[in-house]
Design a protein around this ligand. Structure first.
Ligand SMILES: [Zn+2]
Length: 309
């Protein structure tokens, strides 16, 4: 357990998502990005107490109610061109004058705290808390955004992030082929059994019962070939943009030769982005138009044969 976990504020707030949200909301519920939810989950799990470091308010206890704002300590970006954060002097002043905030943070007793957030937030925390001789530990130091998410995933579990990436998946039901694959193939990482993820789970179809391995599963009733059907582009695109790489891919090829049933299941540990071929299509049934992708160039990618008959 850490004495105090400080979590940086984020741009995505409840008022952007929910027009009926009250004007004032507790800080713990005001930020709604997957990144924040992860950090909060970490703070609640590993911190004796925790707080938000806000670009507008300075330190906030989880239950403190706040209203909407747009300010960050991170440098100005395209998404946030006019951020004008609270000054360090003002944060110090608020701490000096607010006894319940100081005791909420435990500043009278603790000697170290951890910060989850970008460099700019760590600097602010260091400068302010040095007055209280509290040493700041930057837990995510040197990690890129996607790596931070991955690190938090390993500490608190990945579900909240991925489920928010997309609620829909092209295949709504378990396919027989997927069931078969997990019976025939064991985890390429640790050798334990694989299990299926729920039908609406975005992007991934299977995960290991013993380690963090996850993969997408595709089934084809043909001989091994170089291009196969992928999925909707939407989810994959969001995953790539949030700093993740393409999920590992398991493909089951099943075909007949004469009267003999053949099958080969291949594991592609890494599928580069250039092997995803995007195309625009219309679903006949519903006339819905959308972007899809195929996996291409599978003959040129490294793979392991994990089952053959
Ligand atoms: Zn495993």
């Amino acid at each position: 357990m850490y004495d105090l976990v400080i979590v940086q504020c984020v741009k995505s707030k409840i008022w952007d998502k929910d027009k009926t949200a009250p004007k004032f909301v507790p800080a713990k519920d005001a930020y709604v990005s997957p990144y924040f939810k992860k950090m909060r989950a970490f703070a609640e799990k590993y911190g004796k107490r925790w707080a938000v470091l806000s670009g507008k308010y300075g330190f906030l206890l989880p239950e403190t109610k706040i209203e909407n704002y747009n300010a960050t300590f991170s440098r100005a970006t395209f998404a946030n061109p006019t951020s004008d954060p609270i000054s360090i002097e003002e944060i110090k002043k608020r701490l000096r004058t607010d006894e319940s905030l100081r005791s909420g943070l435990g500043l009278n007793t603790i000697t170290t705290c951890v910060v989850l957030g970008g460099n700019a937030y760590v600097k602010v925390a260091e400068e302010v808390l040095s007055e209280y001789r509290v040493q700041v530990v930057d837990l995510l130091k040197g990690l890129k955004f996607g790596e931070k998410l991955g690190w938090l995933d390993r500490k608190v579990g990945p579900e909240p992030i991925l489920s928010s990436l997309s609620k829909k998946r092209f295949n709504q039901t378990y396919k027989e082929g997927e069931q078969e694959v997990i019976k025939l193939v064991r985890c390429p990482n640790c050798g334990k059994e694989l299990m299926l993820l729920p039908p609406n789970y975005p992007l991934y179809d299977t995960q290991c019962t013993g380690c963090v391995f996850r993969a997408q599963v595709k089934t084809n009733k043909t001989k091994p070939k170089k291009e196969i059907f992928g999925a909707t582009w939407d989810v994959m695109s969001k995953v790539l943009k949030s700093g993740f790489i393409t999920p590992p891919l398991i493909v089951s090829f099943k075909w007949e030769e004469g009267s003999v049933q053949k099958q080969e299941i291949r594991f592609y540990p890494f599928v580069p982005k250039k092997n995803l071929k995007k195309y625009f299509t219309k679903i006949k049934k519903t006339s819905r138009e959308l972007w899809m992708f195929n996996y291409t160039g599978l003959d040129k990618l490294p793979y392991f044969v994990v089952y053959k008959r």
